[in-house]
Write a protein that binds this ligand. Structure first.
Ligand SMILES: NC(=O)c1ccc[n+]([C@@H]2O[C@H](COP(=O)([O-])OP(=O)(O)OC[C@H]3O[C@@H](n4cnc5c(N)ncnc54)[C@H](OP(=O)(O)O)[C@@H]3O)[C@@H](O)[C@H]2O)c1
Length: 246
């Protein structure tokens, strides 16, 4: 019997990553699941076909040590992410830097460290970006910047890696009902949030088919299309109206 695919999913202790890990395990993959919350990792392991690893995306030394003991790898799903949803001035630089580290730098580091293993298996890299990487998101400005980085980086890397057989796909969902959106600043958007199981299913479809970029959901596709047609300043003003407090 062929060995099951070995797929690393970051940020698997809640929300989209947890659901992706469970759905992958459910179809026979061996999932390496990461996150900081050990109890959540133990709960995932108890479901079978999942090995949990406590890994802080804010710790480059830990990322290096973790990657060194991975061995072969068929897939890398870079999902871990954080946001800060309030006006920029009420934030602070430490929070900004941690967000850039988690949403961007840790992903770059993991890709570099896992690339030899992925090249050997002609593996797949799925980058979980966001609709907020395709259109501006006032009041989540730093988050939108990190996700825009992942969109452009991912689409560029996809072409560079194509000759090696490693495939890269960018997944850009809109709002999802998870811990990330379970905050007062987003309570008014609740009715627009997609169920996490549905979005995870779309993520797995993207993992299986590896399109350059996929946006799940009809309304999100419309927003992404509008973002290409309409002036970006106009899109930013419309988005600001959704989040502005006054
Ligand atoms: N929710 C949305 O509306 C939405 C929309 C578009 C895109 N996305 C993207 O989808 C991805 C998953 O988000 P979600 O909504 O599922 O959020 P979530 O429920 O808050 O889950 C975030 C995951 O990332 C992990 N994580 C955060 N910081 C970490 C760190 N420093 N080190 C290691 N792991 C860390 C968390 O694990 P620990 O806390 O255990 O470390 C958790 O497993 C993110 O990239 C997000 O940007 C979300």
């Amino acid at each position: 019997m062929k060995n099951p695919s070995k797929i690393l999913v970051t940020g698997a202790t809640s929300g989209l990553g947890r659901e992706i890990a469970l759905q992958l395990a459910g179809r026979g993959a061996h999932v390496l699941a990461t996150g900081r919350r050990v109890q959540r990792l133990a709960e995932l392991e108890a479901k079978g076909s999942i090995t949990g690893y406590q890994l802080d995306m804010n710790d480059p030394d830990a990322i290096e040590a973790f990657s060194a003991q991975l061995g072969s790898l068929d897939g890398l799903i870079l999902n871990a992410g954080v946001t800060f949803a309030d006006d920029f001035e009420s934030g602070d630089y430490a929070t900004d830097a941690a967000m850039v580290q988690t949403n961007v730098l840790a992903n770059l580091q993991l890709i570099r460290l896992c690339l030899p293993a992925l090249t050997a298996t002609k593996g797949c890299i799925l980058l979980v970006a966001s609709l907020g990487g395709l259109t501006p998101v006032p009041y989540q400005s730093v988050y939108a910047g990190t996700k825009a980085f992942m969109v452009n980086f991912g689409l560029s890397l996809r072409e560079e890696l194509a000759p090696s057989g490693v495939r890269v796909s960018v997944f850009a969902p809109g709002g999802i009902k998870t811990e990330m959106t379970d905050i007062p600043a987003m309570s008014h958007l609740e009715k627009n949030l997609a169920p996490v199981a549905e979005v995870a299913k779309a993520a797995l479809k993207a993992y299986d088919t590896m399109p350059a970029l996929s946006v799940p959901g009809r309304e999100n596709k419309l927003v992404a299309a509008a973002g290409k047609l309409l002036p970006r300043g106009f899109m930013a003003r419309q988005a600001a109206k959704l989040y502005r407090k006054d």
